[in-house]
Ligand binder design. Structure first.
Ligand code: PEP
Length: 263
């Protein structure tokens, strides 16, 4: 059991899934599970991150729940405001649609869509200035881990944003540690290894901001119902960013329950 006073977060990253009808079915099933076995707002923040085209529709359906479920954008433009930027969705436009949360720095964006440090900083800056809360993803590759560079890589990713986040904006940051080799592979970092990295991130954050003690640090990488209890028991693991298992209502519910009960 964790001693942390941080309310855990469990966020489902749906990625480029599911079809709309399946998304509605998924949230209806999840709603039923929550009605049968409520998880209070105080016990766990819960969110889902649908594709951008579905954000407002899913948000409207989630508003019918008897507790808040956040709707989280999977990405935001590096360009702020409005203008002639075909295909882009700015932080201001998200905010204007009452979307209050966004993932930034996910390894799939970094690896497949060219989100380098400068782009990530621009996105983060825009998101925070528009008043969004950012789930900032960090994590090392298998190669970096095997070279013994995991800690250095992850702490550098934390330092990358230190100059961008204004002192009072740290309260709008959630960190997600997602070792790239564990994402979508079925391989999870052992709770001991994950805890060790989370403790390092916590130390790093405490050196950067007095708010560092309170920032939620989520673990991501093949989290499932079967390993959630063990991960949730680690003192510096304050929640989970869940990919594949968030597409199954029962699995996602069990993960949320594990973290809610770890407080
Ligand atoms: C993710 O993409 O953020 C993720 C953690 O995926 P999975 O749970 O499928 O490994």
């Amino acid at each position: 059991m964790s001693n942390s006073t941080i309310t855990p977060w469990v966020v489902g990253n749906w990625k480029m899934n599911p079809m709309h009808a399946d998304a509605l079915k998924l949230i209806e099933e999840f709603k039923l599970l929550l009605q049968q076995e409520p998880i209070s707002q105080a016990a766990c923040h819960i969110g889902v991150s649908p594709v951008s085209i579905a954000l407002t529709n899913i948000q409207a359906h989630l508003a019918e729940f008897n507790r808040t479920i956040y709707t989280v954008a999977q990405d935001v433009s590096k360009i702020a405001g409005t203008g002639a930027y075909t295909g882009e969705v700015s932080a201001e436009l998200l905010k204007d649609s009452q979307i209050e949360f966004v993932l930034i720095g996910h390894s799939e964006r970094r690896e497949l869509f060219g989100d380098n440090v400068e782009i990530i900083k621009a996105k983060l800056n825009n998101a925070l200035n528009a008043g969004l809360t950012v789930i900032y993803c960090v994590g090392e590759s298998l190669e970096q881990r095997e070279q013994g560079a995991a800690e250095q890589v992850v702490l550098q990713q934390i330092c990358d944003i230190a100059a961008i986040v204004k002192p009072d904006q740290w309260q709008h940051i959630v960190v997600a540690y997602e070792p790239i080799w564990a994402i979508g592979t079925g391989k999870t970092a052992s709770p001991a290894d994950a805890q060790m990295m989370h403790a390092k991130i916590r130390e790093g954050l405490k050196q950067i901001t007095p708010f560092g003690t309170n920032i939620a640090i989520l673990y991501g990488g093949s989290v499932k119902a079967e390993n959630a209890v063990e991960l949730a028991a680690c003192p510096d693991i304050n929640g989970a960013l869940v990919g594949g298992a968030s597409l199954n209502a029962q699995s996602f519910f069990q993960i949320a329950k594990a973290f809610a009960q770890s407080k």
